[in-house]
Design a protein around this ligand. Structure first.
Ligand code: ZN
Length: 309
């Protein structure tokens, strides 16, 4: 009789342990806050099952004008790791960190990239003091994307050393995919005459993209979506499109499409479709991942450039 009870007890204890182990696994996931959707996707690729990612500015959201909610502060307060872009992209983050009481490490994903400085034409025209602005959209160059991924892996390994080998393996696999994608992007543009490597976007989010892949990019707004372009800005852009014979203009998922529709109509250029610049799409749409974002953007840009051949 005793052995039987013992067996039952052992079984019961084993079940308890199994149950608590499952709970512990869920509880023990590294809680990561990513400031916006592109970083959220990168963290998922590096962290896999060991991490639970919360993205503050979600799909199709505009991080330039985001206003943190009390729920966001609560999520940040309970996190093990916070991942931001840096380069002035998340102007709201310092205050959010303060409000949340978060004291843990912060990964600046862009650390180590070569920042792109820019001055707006308007500043030059008005003789404003020459203060170069840093372009925050560094993820639009896949080589930078690989630096982002490495910074994220380092951050995850520092808060979860037991997972370091897994993060390393995930990072290697993901970086290999990004390297292949980079080769594909370069091959796609190499097949188009250089004179056609020109395009227009609504806000200046593709500066790193243009520099990396040899594309001249004009835009109607500056590096942020915060300020609306003036009538003069738009008139100048239309003149430029006609003068430089640019055949296609693009809208972005984070900006109001009406402006570029107007620019296309008045300049005679065609609308080349929607690009994903500062945010991914929802699942099931054109760009739910960082890799899909590049595939979507490059396919649309190349198609528009080919139209003008
Ligand atoms: Zn932007």
């Amino acid at each position: 009789m005793m052995p039987c009870i013992t067996r039952i007890l052992v079984l019961f204890l084993a079940l308890c342990l199994a149950g608590s182990a499952t709970e512990a696994r869920a509880e023990n996931k590294v809680k990561v806050i990513a400031s916006f959707s592109i970083l959220g996707d990168m963290v998922k690729n590096v962290g896999g099952d060991r991490v639970a990612v919360t993205t503050l500015v979600g799909p199709n959201g505009d991080a330039h004008v985001y206003q943190p909610t009390p729920a966001a502060a609560k999520a940040v307060g309970g996190a093990n790791l916070v991942v931001v872009n840096g380069l002035g992209f998340e102007g709201w983050m310092d205050r959010l960190i303060q409000t949340s009481g978060y004291k843990g490490p912060i990964v600046v994903a862009s650390r180590g990239i070569k920042p792109r400085e820019m001055t707006t034409e308007e500043e030059e025209e008005h003789g404003a003091k020459h203060e170069p602005k840093i372009d925050p959209h560094a993820w639009q160059n896949l080589s930078n994307g690989r630096i982002y991924v490495e910074n994220i892996a380092k951050g995850l390994s520092s808060v979860d050393p037991a997972g370091a080998a897994i993060y390393k393996a995930n990072t290697d696999a993901y970086e290999a995919k990004l390297a292949d994608l980079d080769q594909w992007v370069k091959a796609e543009f190499a097949a188009i005459p250089e004179a056609k490597h020109r395009m227009i976007t609504s806000h200046d989010a593709l500066g790193y993209f243009g520099a990396a892949y040899g594309i001249t990019i004009l835009s109607s707004m500056g590096v942020s979506t915060e300020s609306e372009p003036s009538a003069g800005d738009i008139a100048r852009l239309i003149k430029q499109i006609r003068g430089e014979k640019i055949t296609a203009v693009f809208i972005e998922n984070v900006t109001d499409p009406r402006l570029m529709e107007q620019v296309a109509k008045e300049s005679g250029a065609t609308l080349g479709g929607e690009l994903y610049s500062d945010a991914l799409s929802n699942p099931g749409e054109a760009a739910p991942t960082y890799i899909d974002m590049f595939k979507n953007n490059v396919t649309k840009i190349v198609a528009a450039m080919r139209k003008g051949l």
